[in-house]
Design a protein around this ligand. Structure first.
Ligand SMILES: [Zn+2]
Length: 203
């Protein structure tokens, strides 16, 4: 649940924004604004629509249009989540909030780092004034790292087992071939045969 300070600030920003543009603050708009603070974490149009269906039903277009307006007013940030569509997140008084996205399991993790905002503030963007920034860092989460390492170890063990089996098979084949060779040599060597018979006689 978002803190009321953040919610009050968002209400103030919206009031100011719609006043400047001579828009009306309709009950639907108010409901969508309250909804973005009622649902946890990043949200989509559908999540807000689903939530409002239980408390103040409005059309999907109303949700979409208002989220666009909140984005323009600087209340929320939006990002494209590939096949998952668009995702929004409240950014009022959260200038230090950034995200880590695991490319393996698609999970998102929030982290705070005030130095990132300062880093971008020091930069000058041509014909552009930065009002907010949200950094998305892509990588692999610790759970996925552990799973990948486990799978790798399993693969290595399997390879080792295969190599050992192949080595054993080869050694056995070599031993049998040597045995056969020796047998053939013994049969083909008449001297050896003779020696044997002499040996037998003298025994
Ligand atoms: Zn992951």
């Amino acid at each position: 649940m978002a803190d009321s300070k953040q919610q009050n600030e968002a209400r103030r920003i919206l009031q100011e924004y719609i006043k400047l543009r001579s828009l009306r603050n309709t009950p639907e708009r108010k409901a969508v604004l309250e909804a973005i603070f009622a649902v946890p974490g990043p949200f989509t149009v559908d999540i807000i629509k689903e939530y409002l269906d239980t408390v103040y039903p409005v059309s999907r277009a109303t949700v979409y249009n208002n989220l666009e307006l909140f984005f323009q007013a600087g209340i929320i940030v939006k990002r494209t989540m590939g096949s998952k569509g668009q995702e929004f997140e409240v950014c009022v008084m959260t200038l230090t909030h950034h995200n880590l996205c695991c490319t393996n399991c698609q999970q998102m993790f929030e982290f705070k780092d005030a130095s990132i905002m300062r880093f971008f503030e020091e930069k000058k963007y041509k014909k552009f004034k930065m009002t907010n920034c949200a950094v998305m860092i892509y990588g692999i989460c610790s759970k996925c790292q552990a799973r990948i390492a486990r799978e790798k170890r399993k693969q290595v063990k399997l390879e080792e087992k295969k190599l050992l089996l192949a080595y054993k098979k080869e050694t056995e084949q070599k031993r049998k071939a040597e045995q056969r060779k020796a047998e053939l040599k013994r049969i083909a060597d008449p001297k050896q045969q003779q020696d044997k018979s002499i040996k037998k006689i003298t025994e």
